[in-house]
Ligand binder design. Structure first.
Ligand code: ARG
Length: 612
């Protein structure tokens, strides 16, 4: 077990010894923000003391008296209002590194409690191009998936594609009257988008068009064969485009249950909410009111329109019920832009109420007359009452002018064009730096660097702030960028090439005992080596923080600091020229750094190359 975990367990035990009824799940150990004060820190005692109206320093003193971490740490210090600071003993540091060098861990471990999480992300809309707004959801969702899986959790990814809704009325009218089959063949998405825009404009000018669209929609909802066929074709054409983008980004989904999948569940759901008194009629529509919640007071969630159609919130409630019934998750994570905050507040609040009513007395209804079961939640396996619902929202991508990022002609930027441009720009840089590499290799490097740059630029800022899209900045080889980290990785690899050394190849060759890097002793003699080593130890803590707060930027910054600490180590400590024992120890540090960099980038969804 890694030292920070041992310390955490001991700390939790000491807290329980002092406060037998305390919930110690939140008693955590984190990296110390300032190495001056120690390696790890815990601020948990302060909030525990606060909630119990105790003196925090007194509580800290009592806990430390029961705390038995002498195997790993120097004497624990109580600081400030009741922080605990832990400083690792040096031999613990070297032992942990040696175990990592032997391939026993890479500074993280599987979560003690394995959770099931559903991540709902990307979720583009049929008949529309995927645009830059979808890139953030796709990249963030993919990174959270990778992080949780790395920590041993069970993750189910579901792409909630927008394949149902009123837009299909207009699209159907456009398709039937104005379709250009040749254009549909060459660029189906552009053609469908053209039809939609055409009908939208026509609808604004002429009420009659809207009437037609409504009729086509009603026919589709009534399973008219012709309309169903066209609708399916639109979905298939869109899916092809989505798949191309996902393949380029290296993103996969376990499921892609679009909105239409939930259609049969919507009517029974609304009926059930009405019957339970959770929704009521208002001006011909049906809505859930939240009069008791100040911020939602004037904002009821519509679940049925006055024309009988259902709403976005209705589908999301049905989706939630289905997911609980099917996968029994502990946690559901929705990744969308910040404009959907109100929507998810409404959905989550409505859902909690629905759950509360159900847990008061479960109603089991008989199958209805058609033999089909009603699909309300009450029919389902008991829902997990404590399922955690998280809306992981993000800000917008802005252009240099501070306005939403657009093409020169003012169109939204298509994701595929953006990725093309990233690769082209990267190719230019790579070709300038390495004119002698064969073209195929330069193109491969450019692909990895270009895509990496775009992904990293998206993950690095605090996700809730808007960020300005800037090609030069994200592709720079200096600064906190993907190319810088990818380059740092290749530089370490080149040390091994120059030394004509074979790397230990831990994962591929677990059995090999011959490599001196695998079994050698690690000795840390300089401050740079110690700083690098301690930072390596924080990899797992960083991953845990990403998973807990859904913030990949923690990992970006961790890797950037790692590259910086490696640079100062490499500038100050000779590696290949050191004597044998020191050389082996330092090479092991190089190798561990490279492996953490690679694993970290991979967790961000970013590839590496061996040479740049
Ligand atoms: N299709 C929606 C959009 O493009 C996002 C769906 C997000 N997921 C959900 N369960 N509502 O805005």
């Amino acid at each position: 077990m890694l030292p920070h975990k041992q310390i955490e367990l001991k700390l939790q035990a000491a807290v329980r010894a002092v406060l037998p009824d305390a919930d110690t799940a939140m008693v955590l150990v984190r990296p110390c923000p300032d190495p001056k004060f120690g390696d790890y820190q815990s601020n948990a005692l302060m909030s525990l003391a606060k909630s119990r109206k105790m003196n925090p320093r007194q509580l800290a003193t009592d806990v430390v008296a029961k705390l038995d971490v002498g195997d790993w740490c120097e004497p624990v210090e109580i600081a400030g209002a009741g922080f605990l600071n832990f400083r690792l003993k040096n031999f613990v540091l070297t032992q942990t590194l040696e175990a990592a060098a032997r391939g026993e861990h890479l500074f993280f471990e599987q979560a003690a409690q394995r959770r099931t999480a559903i991540i709902d992300f990307s979720s583009p809309n049929v008949a529309k191009p995927m645009h830059v707004g979808h890139i953030r959801s796709t990249i963030l969702g993919d990174c959270l998936t990778r992080t949780l899986r790395l920590l041993g959790h069970r993750v189910i990814t579901d792409n909630h594609i927008g394949d149902w809704g009123t837009q299909f009325g207009k699209l159907l009218v456009g398709w039937k009257k104005h379709l250009d089959p040749a254009a549909l063949k060459t660029d189906p998405i552009a053609e469908m988008e053209r039809l939609y825009k055409l009908m939208n404009a026509a609808g604004e000018a002429d009420e009659k068009v809207l009437g037609e669209a409504r009729q086509e929609l009603v026919k589709l909802q009534g399973s008219d064969a012709e309309n169903l066929r066209i609708w399916r074709e639109m979905i298939a054409l869109s899916q092809k485009q989505f798949d191309t983008v996902y393949a380029r980004l290296g993103v996969k989904f376990d499921h892609a249950l679009g909105e239409s999948f939930y259609n049969p569940r919507l009517k029974p759901l609304v009926d059930e909410l009405l019957a339970k008194g959770l929704a009521r009629e208002s001006e011909g529509a049906i809505a859930i009111f939240f009069d008791d919640i100040p911020q939602l007071k004037e904002r009821p969630a519509l679940i049925r329109k006055n024309d009988g159609g259902f709403n976005y919130a209705t589908t999301d409630l049905a989706t939630l019920a289905y997911r609980l019934e099917t996968w029994h998750p502990d946690e559901i994570i929705y990744v969308t832009d910040g404009r959907q905050q109100l929507h998810f507040q409404q959905v989550f609040t409505a859902f909690r109420r629905w759950q509360a009513v159900l847990s008061e007395g479960r109603v089991t209804r008989a199958p209805n007359s058609s033999g089909e079961k009603s699909l309300g939640l009450s029919e389902l396996a008991p829902p997990k009452i404590d399922v955690k619902l998280a809306h992981v929202w993000f800000g917008s991508i802005l252009g240099e002018d501070g306005k939403p990022f657009k093409t020169r002609s003012g169109e939204t930027v298509k994701l595929s064009d953006l990725l093309d441009e990233a690769e082209e720009r990267a190719l230019k840089i790579v070709s300038e730096k390495n004119p002698d590499l064969p073209e195929a290799q330069r193109r491969e490097i450019a692909r990895v660097v270009g895509l990496g740059a775009v992904k990293y630029a998206d993950l690095l800022p605090n996700r809730q702030s808007d960020y300005v899209f800037n090609w030069e900045k994200m592709l720079a080889l200096q600064g906190n960028t993907a190319p810088y980290l990818q380059y740092a990785y290749t530089r370490i690899k080149s040390i091994f090439r120059r030394g004509e050394l074979h790397e230990p190849q831990i994962s591929e060759n677990r059995g090999s005992q011959s490599s001196p890097l695998r079994n050698g002793n690690i000795s840390l003699s300089t401050t740079e080596e110690i700083a690098l080593a301690k930072h390596l130890l924080n990899f797992g803590l960083t991953l845990e923080a990403v998973a807990e707060e859904y913030r990949p930027n923690f990992l970006c910054n961790y890797l950037y600091e790692l590259a910086g600490k490696f640079t100062s180590f490499y500038e100050n400590c000779p590696v290949l020229k050191a004597d044998d024992a020191m050389r082996a120890s330092r090479l092991a540090l190089c190798d561990l750094t490279a492996r953490v960099l690679k694993q970290g980038l991979e967790t961000l969804g970013i590839e590496t190359v061996e040479q740049m």
